[in-house]
Design a protein. Sequence first.
Length: 326
Amino acid sequence: MNMNKTRRSAMGFVAAGASAVLMGISGWAAAADFPARQIELIVPFQPGGGTDGVARAFGEAARKHIPQSVVVINKPGASGAIGWTDMINAKPDGYKLAVVTVELVTLKPMGLAKFSYDDVQPIIQFNADPAAITVRADAPWNTIEEFLAASKKEPGKMGVGNAGNGSIWHFAATALGDKTGIKFNHIPFQGAGPAVLALMGGHVDAVAVSPAEVAQQLQAGKLKMLTVMADQRVKNFDKVPTLKEKGIDLNIGTWRGIAGPKKLPADVLDYLKTAAKKTVDEPAFQEVLAKQNLGFVYADDQGFRNQMMKDASYFADLIKLLDMKN
């Protein structure tokens, strides 16, 4: 037997083991020190929409619970795919997170992205809102029935703005058209904010976005909401009828929450989950949600993943039914 070779092999084994232990200690230390610098929170849409507003409210409320600030950065484009791709490909250390919306589960089955909800680590869900059809205050339609009747007379002419191809608001208007046998002219923008601005400027006839994203203009008397796509009337918009009340069985909306890249260290994930829950419980955060008419819905990481799984199945089936895949 070659004793020198055996001795070298044993020493190599010990060195490898020591290295692994040191790496483990180093990883633990990094997690224990987390966060040591600012956390970047990506908003994959333009400023001005509901997603941007709630992200900034979260960042502000997080100051009490995260010693390093949470910095909101807008990276719009491709119905959220650009910002989410940046987050998904980031180092899984907890320093780059993103606000995620229901488009996370619709883009891949539509052929608009390669990623899916399986590529992220959910942290917290804090919001859910239905879609709504809104028009200018001076529009000739005062009810959803009048709007649909006018749309049916000239198929493909009624311009309905959305937050981008494959966005939930694009989805909502397409599903409405399918339910009613009407063809709309779907016009994409890089977020709900730009879509609403286009409506205000007369560049589209209507928008399919959440009530929160048109609330300010509604209060100013510049817009009017014709219907919400929910099972029940929405708080603060209780005068607006649901589609179900009009005999159209359609319930579509978005949710919002925060996620990070897969394989976040367990200690980092636990820290973020705890800090995020404390943040959304802050009166200041709750007040911003209420002021912006955003619905508060809480789920932890597993509950949020379950919501994603459920919606992924539902929308995949609906995409096939509506033939929306690119």
